[in-house]
Design a protein around this ligand. Structure first.
Ligand code: PZK
Length: 297
């Protein structure tokens, strides 16, 4: 299969007939660098979580998803699974429809974290919009906010105003995208909150398929969002990442200068990180990973 796009942790292949095959790997990136050690089950977890939320949100918007069933993938998919063949990609490959992607990242923030907290603490605004005084790091926002950015081909995405997003995709499309993403965030975050996970913010990628705005790419995963353990959330502090905090702590404490190669991850850290991804999936979805495609047991 022809490789169309290779990201840090996943690949996109041309599957013919207006379709793409998206394959999530077990690679983990931290501080923008990919670790040498794969995290077992991470690719299956992110794929299962995305498919779960696409089903949950199906009444809100169509999606690009055709199937995640390994039996329905094009036969050439087996070539991507190494010696294991089809079993090597089962559960972490999805067949999707090719979309006309919007040239914006649709970020929704429900809490003040990362660059949002930085901006607020300097200016009292988020994305140029006024917020109440007295918010702290990790405070919950009065309402979720749509804070779009442009896709930078390298380096970090650049925040843009809603009006700039409207200049890029049209006012009507920007309105639609904002409404869809804010509602999708509300629902996903509410479901996660009930199960002990805070989704502080998230990034959606939308595309147009047959003239309709559709959810594409990853949806409400720890790689496209900030997941916090609800019991460790305290405004005024920076809550740990539900998924990769042990990795970040190890890297921060190692004296590493954040240029490749990163220091190795110990087997303990790898196992703990794998367990955290699986726990995140099982908590937010209410499903067992063992019931998802590609289970070995
Ligand atoms: C598309 N990406 C991100 C980058 C990946 C994925 N349905 C679609 N139609 C057209 N293009 C895309 C999609 C989706 N989803 C997604 N870039 C383009 C991306 C690198 C690797 F697997």
């Amino acid at each position: 299969m022809t490789l169309v796009h290779s990201g840090k942790v996943r690949e996109l292949y041309d599957a013919g007939e207006g379709r793409l095959l998206m394959v999530a790997s077990d690679r983990l990136s931290a501080f923008d660098v990919v670790m040498a050690e794969p995290i077992p089950e991470k690719g299956r977890v992110l794929t299962a979580m995305t498919v779960h939320f696409l089903h949950e949100l199906a009444d809100l918007a169509p999606s690009h998803l055709i199937t995640a069933d390994p039996a329905e993938l094009p036969p050439e998919a087996a070539e991507l699974g190494g010696d294991a063949g089809l079993a090597g990609v089962a559960g972490r490959a999805v067949l999707v429809r090719r979309a006309e992607m919007l040239p914006i990242e649709c970020v929704v923030r429900g809490y003040l974290a990362g660059s949002g907290w930085k901006e607020y603490s300097a200016t009292g605004t988020l994305h140029g919009m006024a917020l109440p005084a007295g918010l702290e790091q990790a405070s919950r926002l009065p309402e979720p906010m749509f804070t779009p950015s442009t896709k930078a081909s390298e380096g970090h995405d650049l925040n843009i105003s809603f009006d700039e997003a409207a200049d890029l995709v049209g006012k009507e499309m920007a309105d639609k995208a904002r409404d869809l993403c804010v509602e999708a965030y509300r629902r996903g975050a509410a479901a996660a909150q009930r199960n002990g996970i805070i989704v502080a913010d998230t990034k959606f990628e939308l595309g147009v398929i047959d003239g309709e705005l559709a959810l594409c790419d990853e949806v409400l995963t720890p790689d496209s969002s900030r997941f916090w353990p609800a019991e460790q959330w305290r405004p005024g502090t920076n809550p740990p990442a539900f998924d990769k905090q042990p990795v970040r702590d190890l890297l921060e404490n190692s004296g590493w200068d954040k240029t490749p190669p990163p220091p190795p991850l110990s087997p303990d850290i790898v196992a703990e990180t794998s367990a955290r991804y699986i726990e995140a999936y099982e908590k937010v979805s209410g499903r067992r990973l063992a019931d998802w495609y590609g289970a070995s047991g």
